[in-house]
Design a protein around this ligand. Structure first.
Ligand code: ATP
Length: 356
């Protein structure tokens, strides 16, 4: 397994990029730990596949270097990088047995047959296909086939990293959940460096230790699921992660309080921002309390979502979502309190540290 260093990488598909907008991938400069599980998360077109292809060697970046354990691999082809890849659609040999599919990458590398047998049997147990070893792959279900693709990565002892590109797209919802949990367990047990591309936040948050959120060709935050929830670095992260996403209220700051419309909201500290910055308060619906105390709101809709309710309201004309318990009543004259520890402050979409 390897530590992956992305050293000032940028990529443009067109010739002679001159402005920021010409780059599909703006500057990426990070180090990903050996044995880490990373998810690249973001909407379509944000640059996830571009970055994954640079790591796998399908693409040479326009600028910067990529290193595996300190070794520059920027110009090495995929075959020389010892990378295992799992794509959206399973890549397997239908006419071979499940056993031979797993043995193939090892036999290709001239691994002695006794070692092949040991590793294939170990992998079959990991992916729960022991009883299917002698069956032809042709007759298997989509999720079993995808497990073989995964197994072909796990079976090799020499891989630097396993890369996944939306691997659960063709899997049905119930199996998705099972495969995801299984993958996480495999990672915890065997500690492979894994990079997993998805546009599905549930998939990213349940699989990864570190989620890399991408937006318009840029990494806007790398964080644990808790960090992304509590302290989104960019308003996009607040909006993209969470259901519903973070509320954003245009505000003006004055010392340790903020003004939204005609209302004043106390803050836990008074950060300084440049005078011309566009300031917004970001508050997750989980930190919005609705009751008889606080500032006035107009409730526009209440959605029952099982054990909770989502309240849609207007606060000073700005749409606001709150999550309340299913048994909570909304008073006739509803009011709102924002929990101070749940308020993040943004200047021109980027989070401002309290007091900074
Ligand atoms: P998706 O989830 O849809 O695959 P993504 O986040 O993986 O999206 P990329 O495929 O990396 O995004 O695309 C990033 C940007 O680069 C997009 O604007 C896309 O149109 C552009 N792009 C991707 N591949 C090429 C290419 N071969 N030639 C030109 N532009 C490309």
């Amino acid at each position: 397994m390897a530590r992956i260093t992305l050293d000032h990488i940028r990529h443009a598909y067109g010739p002679k990029p001159s402005a920021e907008k010409d780059y599909a991938l703006k500057e990426v400069h990070h180090q990903w730990e050996d044995g880490g599980a990373y998810a690249l998360l973001g909407p379509s077109g944000c640059g996830k596949t571009t970055l994954l292809n640079i790591i796998s060697g399908l693409l040479t970046p326009s600028e910067g270097r990529i290193l595996f354990d300190g070794r520059d691999v920027t110009r090495l082809p995929t075959e020389s990088r010892n990378i295992a890849q799992v794509f959206q659609f399973p890549v397997i040999y239908d006419t071979m047995t499940v056993y031979d599919n797993l043995a193939f990458p090892l036999r290709n590398r001239k691994v002695p047959e006794a070692e092949v047998d040991r590793r294939v049997r170990e992998t079959l147990a990991m992916i729960d296909l022991v009883d299917w070893a002698d069956r032809k792959a042709r007759g298997l279900t989509a999720d079993q086939k995808q497990k073989i693709s995964l197994g072909r990565g796990l079976v090799r002892s020499d891989v630097n990293a396993i890369l996944f590109d939306e691997p659960l797209t063709v899997i049905d919802p119930h199996m998705k959940w099972i495969l995801r949990s299984q993958l996480k367990r495999l990672h915890q047990t065997f500690g492979h460096t894994m990079v997993y591309v998805t546009h599905d936040q549930t998939e990213a948050l349940t699989f990864a230790e570190k989620v890399v959120v991408m937006y318009e060709g840029e990494i806007v935050q790398i964080g644990t699921p808790v960090e992304l929830f509590e302290k989104p670095r960019h308003t996009f992260v607040g909006y993209f992660i969470g259901s519903p996403g973070m509320n954003l209220l245009p505000a003006e700051l004055s010392g340790a309080s903020a003004t939204v419309g005609r209302q004043t909201i106390p803050l836990s500290s008074g950060p300084t921002v440049v005078p011309e910055a566009r300031v917004e308060l970001g508050i997750r619906p989980e930190y919005v309390r609705i009751g008889r105390e606080g500032l006035p709101i107009q409730v526009t809709k209440v959605e029952d979502v099982g054990r909770q309710k989502i309240v849609r309201a207007l606060f000073e004309g700005v749409p606001l979502a709150a999550i309340i318990s299913e048994d909570q009543e909304i008073p006739a004259d509803p009011r709102v309190v924002f929990e101070p520890h749940g308020i993040n402050i943004y200047a021109d979409s980027w989070r401002v540290e309290a007091g900074g």
